[in-house]
Design a protein around this ligand. Structure first.
Ligand SMILES: C[S@@+](CC[C@H](N)C(=O)[O-])C[C@H]1O[C@@H](n2cnc3c(N)ncnc32)[C@H](O)[C@@H]1O
Length: 447
């Protein structure tokens, strides 16, 4: 199971050797992601296939693109304030944003950020005239760094439609803490097959109350003890809760309906269940198979739209449904700028259909866990209410505090789990937080 990115803080040394390649790629990635409204990770993968970079340059390109998205609102605001007439060419605005992101938020020399942006423009047929303009704007950003950074409104980096939604759903104080949390890097958490206390000590991590291990240092994951041997995998502490709440037992037949890349399938298989892992994407399912192979775990796999699955009946179903992923903005800040209300509306329809399908796959008395990594009520609380209204033969099985390490602030009055990026505050601010998840657990009333 890979680690997507080691984060914005990767640049601890002079960047001068890194050169133009990674910066051009970061600019292209930002531009393409915003134009096509697809995940930054997918665009990076495509670009890196065409334009191979060294691991160090790849890490630099990722760090630049991620911090550009994390602070896109602040960057746009600072640039617009310093431009009499913002250029109409979006690629030029993005090149300025990528340059300004390095100056303001990464540990690179200002001249490396400015000169590379000028050179990238000069070698581009449509931007070659803009070198002098870019030089002047970015030098001004560098000169006025303190003034720009003093504007510390966390809502600047959240699109207005999300700000309005979160304030309506969570109230202003909590919504503001969520927006603030999105400015920090997410921590790196691991799920271990067994003996979490011993692994926490061996890996120099902290054992969280929920049973996950939070690493203290950002480090090359593959080089840590236990990676090769398949003793653990990377999984946010909140993402580890849904499969645990399903309470799969040895020998039970369990289906994981939207399974790839397999973090939750691995938990179910590690518990000894006979797992069928289903995913619509054959490519993502292949990654799941590779991940399970490293972990010496097994599951049957089926590349099919879960709505068309004929199998079962099962003792338990896990439905980690496709969603807007607004709960993962700390890890994937591009989500805030690529998703829309329309996406949420369409996904909510798909989630309801998948829930109905999940119910149909269960044995009488069977268990169902539904989850999404979304902060939006339509993909969480409303889905749980809708499901119970459509299926009077199911009842909610409320989550108890001791099943989630006593994190009572993560329980809703109805007994569902709602985790937020602003929760699990630890003494070290930069190691606090959880992915935003919604989890509801249902049980069939039996025949
Ligand atoms: C949130 S991700 C799942 C993450 C996974 N459960 C884990 O823990 O690693 C959602 C997955 O649903 C899959 N998916 C989307 N629509 C689907 C459908 N109709 N049937 C089956 N899988 C679907 C996507 O390909 C994606 O891999």
């Amino acid at each position: 199971m890979g680690l997507d990115c080691l984060g914005d803080s990767i640049l601890t040394q002079s960047d001068e050797q890194a050169g133009l390649g990674p910066r051009r790629l970061a600019w292209q990635a930002v531009t393409e992601t915003l134009k096509r409204r697809v995940p930054l990770d997918d665009v990076m993968e495509e670009l890196l296939r065409a334009d191979k970079l060294s691991p160090r340059d790849e890490a630099l390109a990722r760090a630049i693109a991620i911090v550009t998205f994390r602070r896109l609102g602040t960057l746009g605001h600072a640039l617009r304030e310093r431009l009499n007439k913002p250029p109409k060419d979006e690629r030029l605005m993005h090149l300025l944003a990528v340059g300004a992101a390095q100056i303001l938020f990464l540990d690179v020399p200002d001249h490396a950020a400015v000169d590379s942006a000028v050179e990238i423009a000069q070698s581009d047929p449509k931007l070659h005239h803009a070198g002098g303009f870019i030089n002047a704007v970015l030098r001004r950003v560098a000169r006025e760094r303190e003034q720009i950074l003093a504007q510390d409104d966390p809502w600047l980096d959240t699109p207005t439609w999300l700000e309005e939604r979160w304030i309506a759903q969570y109230g202003e104080p909590l919504a503001t803490r969520i927006a603030q949390a999105h400015r920090s890097l997410a921590s790196v958490d691991l799920t271990v097959k067994g003996d979490p206390q011993a692994w926490a000590e061996r890996l120099g991590g902290v054992l969280l109350p929920t049973g996950s291990i939070r690493l203290k240092e950002r480090t090359a994951i593959r080089e840590l003890p236990g990676f090769e041997a398949g003793e653990w995998w990377v999984q946010d502490a909140a993402a580890a809760l849904p499969a645990r709440l399903l309470q799969a037992k040895a020998g039970e037949r369990v289906v994981d309906l939207c399974a790839a890349p397999g973090g939750k399938t691995a938990q179910l298989a590690a518990a000894g269940a006979e797992v069928l892992a289903v995913d619509r994407s054959a490519k993502r399912l292949q990654r799941l198979e590779e991940n399970l192979a490293r972990l010496h775990l097994t599951a049957d796999t089926r590349a099919i739209d879960a709505e068309k699955l004929t199998a079962g009946p099962f003792d338990a179903v896990l439905l980690d449904a496709p969603c807007s992923a607004t709960g993962t903005i700390r890890r994937h800040p591009d989500v805030a700028w690529t998703k829309s209300e329309e996406d949420i509306r369409k996904l909510a329809g798909l989630q309801s259909r998948l829930l109905d399908k999940a119910a149909a796959l269960l044995k009488p008395g069977g268990r169902l866990v539904y989850c999404t990594c979304s902060l939006e009520a339509e993909e969480g609380e409303r889905q749980a209410e809708g499901f119970l209204a459509r299926h009077p033969d199911f009842t909610r099985n409320p989550v108890a505090p001791d099943e989630i390490g006593g994190l009572t602030e993560c329980l809703t009055p109805a007994g569902d789990l709602r985790t937020l990026p602003s929760q699990l505050a630890l003494s070290e601010h930069d190691r606090s937080g959880l992915d935003g998840f919604f989890v509801a657990r249902f049980v069939h009333k039996g025949s």
